[in-house]
Write a protein that binds this ligand. Structure first.
Ligand code: NI
Length: 178
């Protein structure tokens, strides 16, 4: 397994609609392993494949003691509304309150190609929805009011105007970013 560079806001991969996987091979299994390793090193609760520049419908989550890979995930049921602060490994140091369904039921394939179903609430439900959004090219910023989004985006542009590119190396021992 290896640590992969993270794609940051501005990377076209983050705005792409990722392609279905359908059949799981060694390449996809390696990708899942790399996503877990990169998420852990970056101290995230979730990571989608397009955040490392691979536009396939694969994501991993580690929230509330539950750690799982989602391949071709779909949300089949939602209930309620909840608002909480979100951040994103692709938009470091930027946070905003996002309202989403409070409970979801998600179906996906695991690394063995077996379809499974997971019910989640709280942080886990939020992480699942945040990662599924990534697979459709959606960022948490898109859920904010226009005013709030423009404010955060102008701050981002100010702080990143000298960036040479839109990827960031993840260090194996990097400090927690939240
Ligand atoms: Ni994210």
């Amino acid at each position: 397994m290896s640590l992969l560079p993270l794609h940051l806001l501005g990377s076209p991969a983050l705005r792409q609609h990722s392609a279905e996987v359908k059949s799981i091979d060694d390449e996809i299994r390696r990708l899942v392993g790399d996503l877990f390793e990169t998420m852990d090193a970056a101290k995230g609760v979730g990571l989608a494949a397009n955040q490392v520049g691979i536009t396939r419908r694969v994501a991993v989550v580690d929230a509330e003691g539950d750690r799982f890979a989602m391949i071709d995930p779909v949300i089949v049921e939602t209930e309620g509304r909840a608002t909480a602060e979100e951040g994103c490994l692709s938009i470091p140091d930027i946070y905003g309150d996002v309202t989403r369904p409070e409970r979801v039921v998600m179906e996906a394939l695991d690394v063995d190609g077996v379809r499974y179903r997971k019910e989640a609430t709280g942080l886990k439900a939020r992480a699942i929805q945040h990662e599924l959004d990534h697979l459709d090219g959606i960022l948490f910023l898109d859920h904010l009011s226009l005013l709030k989004r423009q404010m955060l985006l102008s701050r981002w542009r100010r702080e990143h105007k000298d960036d040479a590119g839109y990827t960031k190396e993840v260090q194996a021992a990097s400090a927690r970013s939240e």
